[in-house]
Design a protein around this ligand. Structure first.
Ligand SMILES: [Zn+2]
Length: 65
């Protein structure tokens, strides 16, 4: 019973790691496109920092603190 529980938690941990790595990879793509171009975002044209860049920055910090 104990070994089953241990195995189960490893699987959950691996899934979380994969999820966070994927999150970080997608956040990095957003941050490479949504860049500051004279106080406006180069991708969406909103006032810098745009909401997508802020969100991606938070995601990156969460994935790799
Ligand atoms: Zn943007």
């Amino acid at each position: 019973m104990t070994s089953q529980n241990s195995h189960r938690s490893e699987v959950v941990h691996d899934s979380l790691r994969v999820f966070l790595d994927d999150l970080a990879a997608r956040a990095a793509v957003v941050l490479s496109e949504h860049i500051n171009a004279g106080n406006h975002c180069a991708a969406c044209g909103l006032t810098w920092p745009c909401s997508r860049a802020v969100l991606a920055d938070h995601n990156l910090e969460m994935a790799h603190p």
